[in-house]
Design a protein around this ligand. Sequence first.
Ligand SMILES: *[C@@H]1O[C@H](CO)[C@@H](O)[C@H](O)[C@H]1NC(C)=O
Ligand SMILES: *[C@@H]1O[C@H](CO)[C@@H](O)[C@H](O)[C@H]1NC(C)=O
Ligand SMILES: *[C@@H]1O[C@H](CO)[C@@H](O)[C@H](O)[C@H]1NC(C)=O
Ligand SMILES: *[C@@H]1O[C@H](CO)[C@@H](O)[C@H](O)[C@H]1NC(C)=O
Length: 781
Amino acid sequence: MVGKDVNITSENPLDLFLKIGLDERTAKNTVANKKVTANLIAVIHEAAVTDGCDRAIGNLLYTVATKFPANALVHRPTLLQYIVSLKIKTPAQLEAAFSFFATTGSENFKINELEEACGVGVEVSEDDIKCTVTEIIEEHKSVILELRYRTNVGELFGHVRKRQPWADPKIVKQLVDANLYALLGERTAADDEKPIKKKKEKPVKVEECTTAVDTPPKPSEEELNPYLIFPSPEENYKVHTEIFFSDRPVLRPCNTREMLEKHLKATGGKVFTRFPPEPNGYLHIGHAKAMFIDFGLAKERGGCCYLRYDDTNPEAEKKEYIDHIEEIVRWMGWEPFKITYASDYFQDLYELAVELIRRGHAYVDHQTPEEIKEYREKKMNSPWRDRPIEESLKLFDDMKRGIIEEGKATLRMKQDMQSDNYNMHDLIAYRDAWCIYPSYDYEHCTVDSIENVTHSLCTLEFETRRASYYWLLDALSLFQPYVWEYSRLNVTNTVMSKRKLNRLVKEKRVDGWDDPRLMTLSGLRRRGVTSTSINAFVRGIGITRSMINVDRLEYHIREELNKTAPRTMVVLHPLKVVITNLEVGSVMDLNAKKWPDAPLDDASSYYKVPFSNVVYIENSDFRMKDSKDYYGLAPGKSVLLRYAFPIKCTDVILGDDKETVLEIRAEYDPSKKTKPKGVLHWVSEHSPGVDPLKVEVRLFDKLFLSENPAELDDWLGDLNPESKMVIPGAYAVPSLKNAAVGDRFQFERLGYFVVDKDSSSEKLVFNRTITLRDSYGKVGK
Ligand SMILES: *[C@@H]1O[C@H](CO)[C@@H](O)[C@H](O)[C@H]1NC(C)=O
Ligand SMILES: *[C@@H]1O[C@H](CO)[C@@H](O)[C@H](O)[C@H]1NC(C)=O
Ligand SMILES: *[C@@H]1O[C@H](CO)[C@@H](O)[C@H](O)[C@H]1NC(C)=O
Ligand SMILES: *[C@@H]1O[C@H](CO)[C@@H](O)[C@H](O)[C@H]1NC(C)=O
């Protein structure tokens, strides 16, 4: 049956999935995933239920399609028969079957062993279940009476399941509910106070890529106050009542009332967050989002945010990075409550590790990294997992004292080698390089707890580590912060992994960590972008969105610069225009607007610009051949010089090649009666025979050609060869002469520019922060 050619093109997968009872959302999501769709279609055919089936069966088939171990595909049809004939009918049985196949080679497969492993034919009577449920409720009675309806019912189900793995979960639930009711009576108002809003429970969904350009993001509730989704510190105690038979558990803090009260007393009920960068590189725009969430939440609630250097990797960190991070955090407008280092807590962490071993929750292991990997894949225990506690304590002490040869021992948490979550497979707590140092998984949650952090917010890649986070704090009876993950911010046409940024810098593909073309915060700063617009951008995308088009950031940069950068005129590639009906040596001082809506009576909103018989316009604003949709200058045609007069091209002086335009002759219209369509920026000689103010201008473009370079194997090959262009001899209006480093301007028709620190008294250097709107007509490239 396997490998049989199934004609899948003739049927509509969505219909098929709905027929087997998947809910519409799951069905639609599945269709969006090619691999799962192909698997599920194959499974449905193998199970011969193309005409539909009971939804309970359908849900199991779906699980088979997503989780069946690839090494045992030959046995899939057998398993499907068991499902269709209702011999395997619960998720627990199915899980057992998967583990069975995963650990049994297909040659050694024996059907009776499968049946045994999955409890096929084991009928658990309702009386048996009743008995077990009563036992469990009795054992946990004191906790239940204390917490009443806030009892962690999922945990109770877990206990029942351990004793009666094949019991019908529906009956278990009914019986647990009935027992709780018998014990506690009706729910009271107190049971319901401070309910966790539905919203908070929603897992964060990665939204689709946003391509909106130049349109202001619609204000959403989130945008008005993006922090509304976070609970208050008082809500940080056990609340969850989900069943976790079929789905993975929704993991939440499970602090006891007592623990929470102690915590609240220490913190005064304030929100405590932390921003925990690893000091091994410069911060980028993704960190701006992290800061916005960590510092922003604390600020919004009148709380405190730690800046905590996650310096547990002894090889990576550097003073340069530490200094940079502190400085850039402040530049972004955030004030750390305290600056701490994970390494400040090494003694506490060590003592906690000893305690963890004492409690039987950790062991010293000698498996090599390869062995650990292999055993995890096979869900097998390390041979050292069950060694005596005393032995682990002794060895851990040896590790600490450096007696054990480096790399020959680790401390591993005794978690759950059978878990579907890889991050529960006995993660490493300590390695013995550099004597010993704690792993991220061990250190992060414990330090959060030691610092009494109320909200531990991180990016979605860490979602699967939540189980381990809570496991460890629970195993050590430590306070558990509220953990929440947001999607990582990706921006198009750039790379953001530290590893890739490092290469660009090390290989000198860019000019250092603060190259204006990088999306590092220091790069954006050097480019003239303000922290205000970066924060506005982050707020605008909302804290749950994903891949963001770089245009969206640019929108916010323009929004701000349009209000704060005064206008001026610079000609990048000057073309000389001699005005023949204006006397040589006569210079008019005209008013040019710094702001588009400058009031007529306010001198400070104008700058002076000289107009004489030698004017320079942009080379690209002249063509020999006119056309209908062209608004620049051409022989016989008129244009308006902004803030000055209309001019009409009367003659063109060509070079010897008869192509190069050397100079234009024109006449101006002092009466301004001509109304040309085209309006040009320009610069003029301020005294006869003296060139205008010469400045250097640097233009930047996207650093990478494709939107998602990170996914390319040859991502370096995608670098945009024209991402930087230096124009040494641009002409500027004289009023720019006194511009100081860091001053920002809008060069009319060209974009926003910042005075670079490479400027000297001889020469001003401007870097372009950003172009004007794309549609505004690009000049100067
Ligand atoms: C954290 O809270 C505990 C009480 O739960 C308190 O003893 C401790 O001093 C607090 N630590 C910090 C860093 O605030
Ligand atoms: C201006 O451009 C130069 C050349 O790319 C660069 O080295 C410098 O950092 C830039 N300055 C600013 C302020 O962006
Ligand atoms: C964003 O980046 C992450 C990590 O590099 C990647 O897994 C994810 O697919 C990216 N998202 C999009 C929408 O490209
Ligand atoms: C700048 O703001 C003005 C209003 O003050 C608006 O008319 C103009 O379109 C804006 N320009 C850009 C490039 O956003």
